[in-house]
Ligand binder design. Structure first.
Ligand code: GLV
Ligand code: MN
Ligand code: MN
Length: 449
């Protein structure tokens, strides 16, 4: 082909220049870095679509008193997941279910040498939960992807919108990806009644192949999660956005108190080995120990069951849970040691025994300073007020912290109510959070390697 043939082809000026150099026998240096998409300062998410998706999600597992019971691995969870995958397709993402049961909606970036940038949340709920926990972050993450697609913005990094499975049971999907999920945990009976391994199969994963979803440290460019605050700080202070400094560590145990089952009418009061009496003292003691130290740590006995559970039988056994949370994992360990010592003393009073088995652990996770700055700058550019704050709730982001930099955006929860049908976040606050997420994703795409 001669020089005239080249000119006959309609080419961009850059491509034409390359061909000219080639035709002239001159060396050509191609840049391996594709250009960063141009910044569009007025780019915004479609807030109506987020609201419509939240309203649609509210139908799956809807409760008459409001809110949802859409526990992981329930029929409602499975049906909602199928709908979410449809929304991902509409957002020009390619959704798939990994072996752990997480939904991952992927879109290629322009630079194949870069690790993916992840953002997402969860759509499973606690029993009697609300319509915002996890759902705001999930619908907003899909919306961010759809906004980018509608404006034909191609990121440098591949993007992955992730809907983690069984967040509420203990970050099961995200901890599989970070490699923290242990095999015995697969036998845990989830709030849907299914074991985790049966549940993973039910939603399209394969518990026998969990090792294959594990991602090594450094294999993601970063992870963002938008979430409702679930506490009342932002609402009370009338602030728009919380920039999360770190996520609390959470440890949970199943505690079994063993006494002696006997007749409630014929056994004298000083002859009893009442497991429920010891458990009642245990509940009170946990509260006293945790409140006895300065700081923001919390401790809860959230579930309790007495056996055999009849009005005329002294309980011979009680099974309850113990949960401790703090930003400092060492403080959790020290509270646990104190609680066990005090529980032994309680047991001695009426001849009962305490035994503990660990349910699961979420290690505390600081957020990445670069991600915090990206979020703070995004909020400032949108004229939104911010506060740096810890997260008292657990989030999938803390599992992602094991493999890459994380950032979390909080929006206000009205009255600080969450894990309740009364949970509510205002549409305008959700739109703010989603727009911060959009800008943060674009900023991270420019700056993160
Ligand atoms: C999740 O919502 C948790 O903090 O338990
Ligand atoms: Mn949540
Ligand atoms: Mn929750």
């Amino acid at each position: 082909m001669n020089r005239r043939d080249f000119n006959a082809i309609a080419l961009t000026s850059a491509t034409t220049a390359i061909f000219r150099r080639l035709a002239d026998g001159l060396p050509v240096h191609l840049s391996t870095r594709p250009p960063v998409h141009p910044f569009q300062p007025n780019l915004r998410v479609n807030a109506e679509r987020i609201n419509a998706h939240l309203a649609a999600l509210a139908e799956f597992g809807k409760n008459p008193e409001g809110g949802v019971s859409r526990m992981a691995y329930s029929d409602a969870d499975k049906a909602a997941r199928a709908t979410v995958m449809e929304w991902m397709r509409a957002a020009k993402l390619e959704p798939s279910i990994d072996f752990a049961g997480n939904i991952i909606g992927r879109r290629a970036g322009s630079d194949p040498s870069l690790h993916p940038l992840l953002f997402g949340s969860h759509i499973d709920s606690v029993p009697g939960g609300g319509n915002y926990d996890g759902q705001v972050g999930s619908t907003s993450a899909i919306e961010v992807a759809q906004t980018l697609a509608e404006h034909t913005i191609v990121t440098r990094h591949p993007i992955e919108v992730v809907i983690w499975q069984n967040e509420e049971g203990g970050l099961f999907g995200s901890r599989a990806v970070s490699g923290q999920l242990t095999t015995p945990e697969l036998k845990t009976v989830s709030t849907s009644g299914k074991t985790v391994e049966d549940g993973i199969r039910f939603i399209g994963g394969d518990p026998a192949r969990l090792v294959e979803v594990k991602r090594p440290k450094g294999s993601i460019a970063g992870y963002f999660e938008l979430h409702i605050e679930q506490g009342g700080t932002l609402d009370a202070a009338k602030l728009n956005i919380g920039v999360v400094e770190g996520i609390v560590g959470i440890k949970q145990w199943e505690v079994t108190v063993t006494g002696f089952q006997n007749h409630a009418g014929t056994t004298a009061m000083d002859q009893r080995h009442d497991a429920l009496l010891s458990a009642a003292r245990f509940v009170d003691m946990v509260n006293r120990v945790v409140r006895g130290i300065s700081g923001r740590q919390v401790g809860t006995v959230g579930r309790i069951q007495a056996f055999p559970g009849a009005p005329n039988v002294i309980p011979g056994k009680v099974v309850c849970t113990l949960e401790l949370r703090d930003l400092d994992d060492a403080k959790i360990d020290s509270m646990y040691a104190t609680i066990r010592k005090e529980a032994d003393a309680i047991g001695k009073q009426n001849g009962t025994l305490f035994a503990y088995s660990e349910l699961h652990v979420n290690v505390a996770a600081p957020t990445d300073p670069r991600m915090r700055k990206i979020i703070g700058d995004a909020a400032a550019a949108l004229g939104l007020s911010t506060r740096q704050m810890p997260s008292g709730a657990g989030h999938d982001a803390q599992a992602m912290a094991v493999i890459g930099p994380i950032g979390m955006i909080f929006v206000p929860s009205v009255g600080g109510i969450s894990h309740s049908p009364k949970e509510f976040s205002r549409p305008a606050d959700i739109a703010n959070g989603a727009n911060v997420l959009l800008r943060a994703v674009l900023a991270a795409d420019k700056t993160l390697a």
